[in-house]
Design a protein around this ligand. Structure first.
Ligand code: ADP
Ligand code: MG
Length: 550
C-alpha cells in the first residue's frame, strides 16, 4: 500500500475497498477459487475478518455461498475469475435464484479504462437486491485493473449497511377472507414451504397449527419448520392429503413440479388455495387462489393468528378427514417397516436409512442429494428444527451436496457448534464435486459424508455384470448409460486427504462405522455404503413421483 500513498493521506486498494464494502454490509463468508485478477480480493477479505473458503471448483463454491444465504439471511459471496470461472458459477447462480436464496457472485473481468471504476459502489445495491422481496442471486463484475488500483482513502465515499428487508403485510380484507375460507373447510391442509423456513416463521406457524388443529405437510426443505414428529404432520400420507384437501393454505411454497402444479389428478379440481407469498408475480401461478395474501410469511401468519383470536376456530380432531389421514399414515409406516427390517444382503435403501436414523444425533444438519437416496432419505429421516435440511431443491440440482455441507459446517461452527453436519449422497451425486473432500479436510470440518452406493445413476451393475459387459464389445456402445464403476472405493478419497474412510457392506459394519464417526467430533469422515445395485423405491401410487428427482 505504501507505494501508492501520497502526501495527502492513506492509500487504499480496490481490493481493500471491495472487502470493506462487503464487511460494511455484514457479509461473513466468501467462497471461491482464486486466480488473476481476484486473488487480492480474497486476501483483503481475510485481512478484515471475512472468512474465505477456497474451494476446488467454482460451482461448488457458488452452491456453498448460496446455502449461507439461506441459513443466515445475509448473502454469502462467491468469488470467481472471469470467463471459465464465471461460467462454472452460473450453475450456482441459477440454483440460488430457483430456490429464492440470496447470493452475490463477484467476478473479475479484464482491465477497463478508468471511467467505469465506480463499480464497488454497486455492493449496497447488490445486497439489497439479493435479500429484498423474493431473494435471489446477484452478479458484480469487477474490472481487473480496479483490484490493484490505489486510491486516496479520503476520496472514497463509504456507504453504510443497507437496512434489513422491509416487512410487508397482507391486505386486511384478504386476511379475513382467508380466515373465513379456513373456518368453512371440511378437509383443510397447511402446506409449509422453504419460504417459511427462510422467513423464520416457525414460531407463528407452530402456533397456527396448534391453535387451529390443522394437518400440515412440509415440502422437502421445509421439514422441521414444525417438527416432523408433531402429531399434526401428515407427511406419511402426502399423496392422500394433497389429493383430497378442499382448502389448502400455501405458506411460502410454489405450485411447481414439487407440488404437482396444484392440478388434478394430484389435487381436487375445486381445491381452494389460500396463497401466501412475498412475490406478487407468484400469486395465481397454475391455480387461481381463493385468497391471495401478499407479504412476509411470518408477519402474515401473525395476522392470521390475530384474526383467529377475534373469531376462534379449531378444526375438530374427531373429523372423518383426520381419521382417514391417520389410517393412511399407519398403513404407510407399516409398509416401510417391512423393508427396513429386511436382513438380506446387499442391503436395500430402507435398511440403510433405518440404521442411519437410529444412530445419528437428533438435531444434526442434514444435506441430501441423489435420486432414491434423497427421496427415501427424506421420508425416513426426521427433521426437528427449521433450516436443517438442504437438498437438490427447486432446480433438482445434483452436485450441490458437498458445497452445502461445507457452508453448513462453517455456519454451524460460528452459531451452533454442537450441531453436526451429515451429508447423505448417492454415488452419482457425490461424483459431481468429490474433490471438495480436500476442502473439507483442509479446513478440518468434521462433516460426516455417507455415500449410498448402488454403482450407478438410478440403478447400476454388479462387478460380474460389468465384467460381462466389457467382453461384449466396445464399452461406449454397450455400457448402460446409468452405470458407474462397480465397487468404487470412494472412502479412499477421504483417507487420501487424512480423513476417515469406511467401506461397509453389512448392517453391522454400517452400525460400527456410524457409531465411530458420530463419536469422533473432530475428524471428517466418509462412509461408503454398498447397497443392492438394483434396489428400488417402494411402489408409489403415482408412478411419475418415482421418475422425478424429488
Ligand atoms: P418449496 O420448494 O419448499 O416448495 P419454493 O422455493 O417453491 O418452496 O417457494 C418458496 C416461496 O417462498 C417463493 O415463492 C418465495 O417467493 C417465497 N418467499 C421467500 N421468502 C419469503 C418471505 N420472507 N415471506 C413470504 N414468502 C417468501
Ligand atoms: Mg447411485
Amino acid at each position: 500500500m505504501a507505494s501508492g500513498s501520497d502526501a495527502e493521506g492513506e492509500a487504499v486498494s480496490g481490493a481493500q475497498l471491495i472487502a470493506e464494502s462487503l464487511r460494511a454490509q455484514n457479509i461473513e463468508y466468501m467462497f471461491g477459487v482464486v486466480g488473476i485478477p481476484i486473488t487480492e480480493i480474497a486476501i483483503a477479505a481475510q485481512a478484515i475478518g471475512i472468512k474465505y473458503i477456497g474451494m476446488r471448483n467454482e460451482q461448488a463454491a457458488c452452491y456453498a455461498a448460496s446455502a449461507v444465504g439461506y441459513l443466515t439471511g445475509r448473502p454469502g459471496v462467491c468469488l470467481v475469475v472471469s470467463g471459465p470461472g464465471f461460467l462454472h458459477a452460473l450453475g450456482g447462480m441459477a440454483n440460488a435464484s430457483m430456490n429464492c436464496w440470496p447470493l452475490i457472485v463477484i467476478g473479475g473481468s479484464s482491465d477497463r479504462n478508468q471511467e467505469t471504476m465506480g463499480a464497488f459502489q454497486e455492493f449496497p445495491q447488490a445486497v439489497r437486491t439479493s435479500i429484498y422481496g423474493r431473494p435471489g442471486s446477484c452478479y458484480i463484475d469487477i474490472p481487473g485493473d480496479f483490484v490493484n488500483l490505489q486510491v486516496n482513502k479520503s476520496s472514497v465515499k463509504y456507504l453504510e449497511c443497507c437496512l434489513p428487508p422491509p416487512i410487508s403485510m397482507a391486505d386486511k380484507s384478504a386476511v379475513s377472507e382467508a380466515v373465513s375460507i379456513m373456518a368453512h373447510s371440511e378437509q383443510p391442509l397447511l402446506i409449509i414451504g422453504k419460504g417459511a423456513a427462510y422467513s423464520h416463521a416457525e414460531n407463528n406457524i407452530r402456533k397456527l397449527v396448534d391453535l387451529c388443529g390443522l394437518p400440515f405437510l412440509p415440502t422437502p426443505m421445509a421439514k422441521g419448520v414444525v417438527p416432523d414428529n408433531h402429531p399434526n404432520c401428515v407427511a406419511a400420507a402426502r399423496s392422500m392429503a394433497l389429493q383430497h384437501a378442499d382448502v389448502i393454505v400455501l405458506l411460502g411454497a410454489r405450485l411447481n413440479w414439487i407440488l404437482h402444479f396444484g392440478l388434478p389428478p394430484r389435487f381436487r379440481p375445486d381445491v381452494k388455495v389460500i396463497q401466501i407469498d412475498i412475490c406478487a408475480e407468484e400469486l395465481g401461478n397454475n391455480v387461481r387462489p381463493a385468497a391471495s395474501l401478499l407479504g412476509d410469511i411470518s408477519t402474515v401468519t401473525k395476522q392470521l393468528l390475530e384474526e383467529f383470536s377475534k373469531r376462534p376456530w379449531k378444526y375438530p380432531s374427531s373429523s372423518q378427514w383426520w381419521k382417514r389421514l391417520r389410517e393412511k399414515i399407519m398403513y404407510n409406516e407399516e409398509k416401510s417397516k417391512g423393508l427396513e427390517l429386511q436382513k438380506s444382503l446387499p442391503m436395500n435403501y430402507y435398511t440403510v436409512f433405518h440404521h442411519i436414523r437410529e444412530l445419528i444425533p437428533r438435531d444434526c444438519i442434514l444435506v441430501s442429494e441423489g435420486a432414491n437416496t434423497m427421496d427415501i432419505g427424506r421420508t425416513m429421516l426426521p427433521n426437528y428444527h427449521p433450516r436443517q435440511r438442504l437438498d437438490a431443491g427447486t432446480f433438482g440440482t445434483m452436485g450441490v451436496g458437498l458445497g452445502f455441507a461445507i457452508a453448513a459446517a462453517m455456519v454451524a461452527k460460528d452459531r451452533t457448534p454442537e450441531k453436526r453436519v451429515i451429508c447423505i449422497e448417492g454415488d452419482s451425486a457425490f461424483g459431481f464435486s468429490g474433490m471438495e473432500l480436500e476442502t473439507i479436510c483442509r479446513y478440518n470440518l468434521p462433516v460426516l459424508i455417507i455415500v449410498v452406493n448402488n454403482n450407478g445413476i438410478y440403478t447400476g451393475l454388479d462387478t460380474d455384470a460389468w465384467k460381462e459387459m466389457l467382453k461384449f464389445g466396445e464399452p461406449a456402445t454397450c455400457m448402460p448409460p446409468v452405470s458407474l464403476l462397480p465397487n468404487s472405493h470412494y472412502e479412499q478419497i477421504m483417507s487420501a486427504f487424512g480423513g476417515k474412510g469406511y467401506f461397509v457392506k453389512t448392517p453391522e459394519e454400517l452400525q460400527n462405522a456410524l457409531k465411530a464417526s458420530v463419536a469422533d467430533k473432530q475428524t471428517p469422515s466418509l462412509i461408503n455404503v454398498m447397497i443392492d445395485p438394483q434396489s428400488e423405491r417402494k411402489k408409489q401410487e403415482f408412478p411419475w413421483l418415482t421418475r422425478s428427482n424429488m
